[in-house]
Design a protein around this ligand. Structure first.
Ligand SMILES: C[S@@+](CC[C@H](N)C(=O)[O-])C[C@H]1O[C@@H](n2cnc3c(N)ncnc32)[C@H](O)[C@@H]1O
Length: 283
């Protein structure tokens, strides 16, 4: 673990850290670390406990040289993270295209473009690659021009006909004049209390709103209300950051999912953090 952090720090933060100090600290702590590791193994800890303990040890190795913050930041970036809701949608896109259920080119829309390259996310690239493979059109929409600019560059290298649009997702869906086969809703953030000031400021700047849960719920509800008549039979809609607990929906789909169920959609998959719904196929 310490070697891994050392390696990553060296690659990613070359200019920010003093490599000599880091190397000395790591070398000094490695022997100690090995002893800890052996002791931990002999105590037969479960993999999760081992991971937590290794993480603590890695931090303590870097704390004396003032590099703990860097270690934590690196850890957050590299720790294996589960893939977000886009994998649900990709799975259904592949299955449906394999079944040859559509004669014409399909359309996939993502509301909430990739903002940062975080582990388990990067949905814009993954959805665009899938659309390219199955011959679908792809649109990604975000309120923040920086995210749209990044996506335009990305899409130019994947398929220049794919579009990155800077707009409120709910407005884009209201104005969209085609039909929708796949919709990925991962936009207005849930307020989990850990958003950076920069993120909150982007909401004020581009939407004139505070980052609150009620605004998040309303935005996702408005998205589905604004395009309800545009879904093709069998269309799939995925909400990220949504779960079912204590007999109600939580997160981005809190109000939107009950509305969709009322409109005849059904839940086809629920991973515990993302939910897929489908419009019934024409019979
Ligand atoms: C969680 S991020 C999306 C992450 C992305 N799906 C990924 O996996 O890489 C949420 C995004 O939604 C955008 N957003 C928030 N409110 C929005 C709105 N009303 N319309 C469009 N985009 C919005 C934010 O700017 C942010 O980029």
């Amino acid at each position: 673990m310490v070697f891994e952090l050392h390696h990553l720090a060296r690659r990613g933060l070359k200019r920010a850290v003093t490599m000599a100090r880091l190397r000395r600290a790591v070398v000094k702590r490695v022997a100690q670390f090995r002893v800890h590791k052996d002791r931990l193994r002999s105590r037969r800890l479960r993999p999760k406990e081992l991971k937590v303990t290794f993480k603590r040890l890695a931090r303590s190795a870097l704390r004396p040289v003032g590099l703990e913050d860097i270690a934590v930041r690196i850890w957050r970036r590299v720790k294996p993270a589960p893939e977000h809701g886009h994998v649900l949608l990709i799975d259904h896109m592949r299955r449906r295209s394999g079944e040859g259920k559509s004669d014409s080119a399909q359309t996939c829309i993502e509301i909430g473009t990739t903002r940062e390259a975080l582990a388990g996310q990067c949905s814009t690239e993954k959805l665009a690659q899938t659309c390219l493979q199955i011959g679908a059109h792809f649109y990604t929409v975000d309120m923040d021009i920086d995210n749209t600019t990044g996506a335009k560059q990305l899409l130019a290298s994947i398929a220049p006909a794919f579009a990155a649009v800077c707009s409120k997702g709910e407005d884009f869906l209201a104005d969209f004049d085609g039909t929708i086969d796949y919709l990925y809703l991962d936009a207005f953030d849930v307020d989990h209390g850990r958003h950076s000031e920069r993120r909150k400021e982007r909401y004020r700047e581009f939407l004139g709103e505070e980052l609150t849960n009620s605004a998040c719920w309303k935005m996702h509800l408005d998205c589905v209300k604004n395009c309800m008549g545009k879904f093709t039979p069998g269309a799939v809609v995925v909400f990220d950051d949504t779960s079912w607990k204590d007999s109600e929906w939580h997160g981005k789909g809190k109000h939107a999912i009950p509305f969709m169920l009322e409109a005849g959609f059904s839940v086809i998959e629920n991973t515990g953090h993302s939910v897929a719904l489908a419009r019934p196929s024409a019979t």
